[in-house]
Write a protein that binds this ligand. Structure first.
Ligand code: NZQ
Ligand code: ZN
Length: 389
């Protein structure tokens, strides 16, 4: 393990079919005023809303609702949430939904008592929090982002065509998260599959960096193998509890900071995907799947040894008698075949991207240099063109 680091993850997890009842022991830790944050209504249709409200009532809480958090939450919605939290002197923000709802809750938690414009402070200037933070708890209904156990809070500004994630510190992580795999059964197939690829992408973004012998890589290979196995089963049988519960657990560990330890990490697929999201408002996981193959084929020559290892250890490619390039390429071929088998979006045009947008998407892509080779503007345009094949 290279580098110097600390590790602490303060989020308490409750996992399993009975996990929602644990709200009973969490709620007394916070004041009376609870802001209940959710999305466009799926939790009302599934009955999760009624279960949560019952527990809040039993706990004697005053509920202030903040519904309508959209996928890829906007800066305008953030301002609205800040008003609700401030005006009602909220003691706890309870997020019930997917990554968008959890991210939004964290963004409100740091912004409600912020004297400045939170978009400028946290997203444009990337400053740390120096004001009161409202505690957040999550009840997760969509699997993929890892938002339930990290400090990420991605906000989209459609006016400036920027989608930016601020990864806040441990003081902003959810205090607790409730993970009931059965709550994810009602997800539409498109969202479910997008979430599966979001998980895979999180792991790959961290795996494809560095050349040292690093325990994090071995953990990630295990997570990938379990994900590939379970996602195949869940794609066929979405209500297979064993598969869905494994996937839920993998998603959390893929992005709760553990496997990033000792790694420089890449994140360019996410940066390109986020910029596509700013232009199209497309589903996050699909923005990643649509550019991944072009990106990894671009980067492979610069990280050949790792791509060879990926092919052998994750995709069971037999390296005997083959060049490193051939082995590495076969790994990517198998990955692409698997992605198509799941039904992922593999062409950015399907997400609404047009030729005219490519320059702007590349310009809105934040450059990261932790991977094997940071692509420049023109190379990002080439990767985008290759994602239209
Ligand atoms: O709004 P509702 O009606 O709840 O519907 C949602 C939404 O339309 C629906 N849904 C969620 N759970 C459901 C359900 N429908 C039926 N049954 C259920 N159980 O699914 C749709 C998508 O939900 P959303 O929360 O937007 O998806 P996801 O979890 O993928 O979150 C995406 C957001 O997270 C950010 C993305 O950029 C995007 O803004 N990310 C956050 C990260 C983090 N915190 O670290 C990292 C990720 O890379 C990602 O960037
Ligand atoms: Zn992601």
């Amino acid at each position: 393990m290279l580098g110097n680091f600390s590790y602490c993850n303060p989020t308490k997890l409750y996992f399993g079919e009975d996990s929602l009842s644990n709200l009973r022991e969490e709620l007394p830790k916070y004041g009376k005023n609870v802001m209940l944050v959710y999305g466009g209504g799926s939790i009302k249709r599934s009955g999760i809303y009624d279960q949560v409200v019952k527990l809040l009532d039993e706990g004697g809480k005053n509920i202030f609702e903040d519904p309508g958090v959209m996928p890829n939450p906007t800066v305008e919605k953030l301002y609205e949430g800040c008003r609700i939290a401030r005006e009602n002197q909220v003691d706890l923000i309870l997020a019930v939904g997917g990554g968008s709802v959890c991210d939004y809750a964290k963004a409100v938690s740091v912004s409600a008592h912020c004297e400045e414009d939170p978009w400028e402070k946290y997203y444009l200037r990337m400053e740390d929090v120096d004001n009161r933070i409202i505690p957040v708890g999550c009840v997760l209904t969509m699997v993929g982002t890892g938002s339930e156990m990290n400090g990420g809070a991605v906000i989209t500004n459609h006016k400036t065509k920027l989608k930016i994630g601020h990864v806040f510190g441990e003081n902003v992580f959810p205090k607790f998260s409730i993970l009931n795999p059965a709550f994810t059964f009602t997800l539409p197939r498109y969202q479910m599959i997008a979430g599966f690829y979001d998980i895979m992408s999180h792991i790959l973004e961290q795996y494809f960096s560095g050349e040292d012998d690093n325990t994090s890589d071995y953990i990630m290979e295990g997570l990938l193998k379990s994900l590939i196995h379970s996602a195949r089963i869940a794609a066929e049988h979405p209500t297979d509890y064993e598969a869905r519960s494994n996937i839920m657990w993998i998603a959390t560990w893929a992005l709760n900071t553990l496997v990033a330890k000792g790694k420089t990490t890449d994140w360019m697929v996410h940066m390109i995907g986020q910029s596509i999201g700013a232009y199209t408002d497309a589903t996050h996981g699909m923005t990643l799947s649509a550019v991944s193959m072009a990106y990894y084929r671009f980067i492979m020559p610069y990280g050949l040894a790792k791509f060879r290892r990926f092919a052998v250890n994750v995709w069971d490619v037999n390296p005997e008698g083959q060049s490193d390039e051939a082995v590495a390429e076969e790994g990517l071929v198998r990955m692409e075949r698997y992605m198509r088998e799941l039904g992922l979006v593999m062409d950015i045009r399907e997400l609404g991207v047009t030729e005219e947008m490519l320059d702007g998407i590349a310009a809105g892509t934040f450059a990261m240099d932790g991977g094997y080779r940071a692509p420049d503007h023109d190379e990002i345009v080439e990767i985008l063109k290759a994602s239209m094949a």
